[in-house]
Ligand binder design. Structure first.
Ligand SMILES: *Cc1c(COP(=O)(O)O)cnc(C)c1O
Length: 456
């Protein structure tokens, strides 16, 4: 018996794509845009919070995953804190309205002025190394500081995930103090012994490509170090543990896996005591909170075949999908083929290359991908690009940053859009290219002006 056809409800992504075309957000004047599913983001925040309950946790959003003020403000309003790792991210977070006590400063190369700013404003800091600790000592001796938590980042050296460049807890990682190195643990204990104001340990094992077991092993080493310090010092000095982010995202289909609940299960099994409430926990998830809610949508400008291979030339390449283009094996993306109205294309699939607009041969977001044959005017969607894609622009070929919109799909499939970031204008691009100094180099070719004669 053939079952009666049921109407499959289109995904929010597909509804939004169609409406983005109909409303003219995506079109000849704006051939590439970013889209963010607001309800998807809020659902992820909710899943994160629920997974850790009832442990005392401050969940922070790693700003670098999507450093756009409206996104950060949405996170702030949803009760999140924010992890920042540069002066730029810090000021975006402040502009978004995060109270200082919900911020964590993690830059690997903090300047004295950045440390002073955080100390003065009551922003928690995770220190990366002993030299930085000495700088904080000096600032504190000047009376700078408010009592906001200060922690030390450790590198538990638990090894590499599937993407070396994203693994922060390798033997020789540049991050934190390497726990296994000779004398490191003793030096850390001494640092805490001498400074009762040091109250936190921080570890972030990696970002995408690390198994839950590897992440939990890093947290376990950090937890054991906290217990060791507190036992040796005979006081509960390490009060909070920042367990970082790094939950991997599934880029293969729409399923969310692993979930935050899966991760918490592994943490409970591998690090008994971690969630029992003695320690306040902090998390710093980025990718897993926003990746699956984002889409890069581009028009197909031209199509051709080369060496028999069909190629669709789009406006989304390395400028919005940098990692995918340069490391295609580590960062493959799903590509959706849509018609000129934004509706999913039907028909037999043909292996096609999906190319971007950049002037280098490797500017491909997919190679030999089986998709219904694309035509000029069609729409291509890069799925799961809410983190580290449209928000992490690469300025190659002076391509402008595309506009980004948030959206909500109502019960009736009505879509409401809100601007997150305007497209960069050509004027802004020219300005960014040093236009105000236009004459400077030509001016250097002129003879040097005579030194003016000293008066007298
Ligand atoms: C990048 C980063 C994060 C976030 O990593 P995700 O993989 O996006 O969750 C958290 N903490 C630190 C210190 C980071 O560098």
């Amino acid at each position: 018996m053939i079952p009666a056809p049921t109407r499959v409800r289109p995904t929010p992504r597909n509804v939004a794509l169609g409406e983005a075309v109909r409303f003219g957000l995506l079109g000849a004047h704006a051939p590439v845009i970013g889209l963010l599913d607001v309800d998807g983001v809020l659902r992820a925040v909710d899943e994160l919070r629920t997974a850790f309950e009832p442990a005392p946790v401050l969940h922070t959003f790693a700003a670098k995953a999507c450093a756009l003020v409206p996104v950060l403000r949405l996170m702030a309003q949803a009760g999140m804190g924010c992890e920042v790792a540069s002066a730029g991210e810090l000021h975006l977070a402040l502009a978004a309205g995060f109270p200082p006590e919900r911020l964590i400063l993690d830059n690997p190369a903090k300047t004295v002025e950045e440390l002073r700013f955080a100390l003065t404003r009551g922003i928690a800091i995770n220190l990366d190394n002993f030299q930085e600790l000495a700088r904080v000592d000096a600032l504190r001796s000047e009376g700078v500081g408010t009592g906001a938590p200060i922690g030390l980042r450790v590198n538990p050296q638990v090894g590499t995930g599937s993407i070396g460049a994203m693994s922060t807890a390798t033997q020789t990682s540049k991050f934190g103090i390497a726990l296994g190195d000779p004398g490191a643990v003793n030096a850390i204990v001494a640092a805490f012994a001498q400074r009762p104001w040091l109250s936190r340990l921080h570890a972030h094992v990696g970002s995408q490509g690390c198994s839950l077991e590897l992440m939990a092993a890093g947290i376990k080493a950090t937890y054991k170090l906290a217990e060791h310090i507190n036992t040796l010092l005979g006081r509960f000095q390490v009060r909070s543990l920042d367990i970082g982010g790094g939950l991997p995202v599934n880029f293969a289909d729409d399923e969310v896996k692993p979930t935050y609940a899966d991760y918490v299960d592994v943490l409970r099994a591998r690090v008994p005591g971690l969630l029992d409430g003695r320690y306040t926990l902090l998390t710093e998830f980025g990718r897993s909170l926003v990746a699956k809610s984002g889409t890069v949508a581009s028009l197909v400008e031209y199509t051709k075949t080369s060496g028999g291979r069909p190629i669709a030339i789009t406006h989304a390449g390395a400028q919005v999908a940098t990692r995918t283009v340069f490391m295609p094996n580590a960062w493959p993306l799903r590509v959706g083929a849509h018609d000129a109205n934004g509706r999913p294309k039907e028909g037999p699939t043909v292996p096609q290359d999906i190319a971007g607009p950049c002037c280098f041969a490797g500017d491909l977001t997919a190679v030999a991908r089986p998709l219904p044959l694309l035509e000029p005017g069609d729409v291509v969607a890069l799925h799961d690009t809410g983190a580290y894609y449209f928000s992490t622009h690469f300025a190659y070929n002076s391509l402008p940053r595309p506009a980004v919109y948030g959206y909500r799909v109502g019960e009736d499939d009505r879509v409401r859009f809100a601007p997150i970031r305007d497209a960069q204008s050509i004027g802004e691009l020219v300005q960014e290219g040093g236009d105000e100094h236009g004459d400077s180099l030509v001016g250097l070719l002129d003879p040097a002006p005579e030194e003016s004669e000293p008066a007298g």
